[in-house]
Design a protein around this ligand. Structure first.
Ligand SMILES: Nc1ncnc2c1ncn2[C@@H]1O[C@H](COP(=O)(O)OP(=O)(O)O)[C@@H](O)[C@H]1O
Ligand SMILES: [Mg+2]
Length: 258
């Protein structure tokens, strides 16, 4: 379970971009976070894995308070949080297997990683996951030879190699064409069920959020102003979430990097 309480984040001395935010995610639910650019979606995910430091508040993942961890404990906690990125964040000149194994970096020694001496069990698990998402045939292909959808599958497998307790995805389909985008969303939803993993997805495309996720959280100006089942996201709720913003994407082709 992820339980966020009274989370505040300000960058520097600026006004808070997350304002006393509360959010609890239980079980294997797939939750999407929608909202205009600048609403604070990425900041929220980055606070969870501590890529940015929360200003105040509490984030507890399965009993561990994440906000005050340092050093070794922080690294251990980060292993439990899988992250999938809009731009995939692969190392282009490395093979798919090497990229995937980098998900194990927090687990094996630096020397073993440099020598690419991956434990047998890690290789077996990598093939299992690569088979599952349909990229096993590319194990020894350089990452930059793959299509966007294939690259994101590598990103997903790398995150799963961490054996995470939660998966965070920041606009994971925003760089993909609509068809591939739907495939990746379907994959994330299915994997959540198969691995009993909660998944939190920042997403611009409201149609996909409704179709592929169990619950929708709407953010506006650093606050959660909607939190309900997809079916409850009606025109009125959309108005509230996106009012005053030219960035609403109601399922069209606007794919904005943010
Ligand atoms: N590293 C940063 N330094 C200063 N301000 C930032 C930084 N990252 C994001 N912001 C600001 O925080 C607000 C929320 O941004 P972000 O979390 O990226 O929103 P979203 O992902 O919903 O588009 C925006 O006003 C943005 O300009
Ligand atoms: Mg963002």
């Amino acid at each position: 379970m992820l339980k966020i309480t009274d989370l505040v984040k300000s960058y520097g001395s600026g006004a808070p971009v997350l304002k006393n935010l509360d959010l609890t995610i239980e079980g294997e639910s797939v939750v999407s976070i929608i909202g205009s650019s600048g609403a604070g979606k990425s900041t929220l995910l980055r606070c969870i894995n501590r890529l940015v430091e929360p200003t105040s508040g509490s984030i507890v993942l399965n009993g561990t308070e994440l906000t005050n961890l340092r050093g070794r404990q922080l690294r251990a906690a980060r292993r439990k949080i899988g992250m999938v990125f809009q731009g995939f964040n692969l190392v282009d000149r490395l093979t798919v297997m090497e990229n995937v194994q980098s998900g194990r970096l927090g687990y094996i020694s630096t020397w073993a990683a440099i020598m690419r001496r991956y434990p047998k069990e890690d290789i077996r698990r990598a093939y299992e996951l690569m088979e599952r998402v349909g990229i096993a045939q590319y194990a020894n292909t350089r990452a930059d030879q793959l299509s966007g959808g294939e690259r994101q599958r590598v990103g997903v497998v790398r995150a799963l190699m961490q054996d995470p307790e939660i998966l965070l995805a920041d606009e994971p389909t925003a760089s993909l064409d609509p068809k591939t985008s739907e495939q990746i969303m379907g994959l994330l939803r299915d994997l959540a069920g198969e691995l009993k993993l909660p998944v939190l997805i920042n997403i611009h495309n409201v149609t996909e959020a409704k179709k592929y996720t169990d619950r929708i959280v709407g953010m506006r100006f650093g606050r959660i102003i909607f939190d309900d089942l997809p079916g409850a996201l009606d025109e009125e709720a959309m108005e509230r979430i996106y009012s005053g913003s030219p960035h609403a994407d109601r399922g069209g082709d606007l794919r904005e990097a943010s």
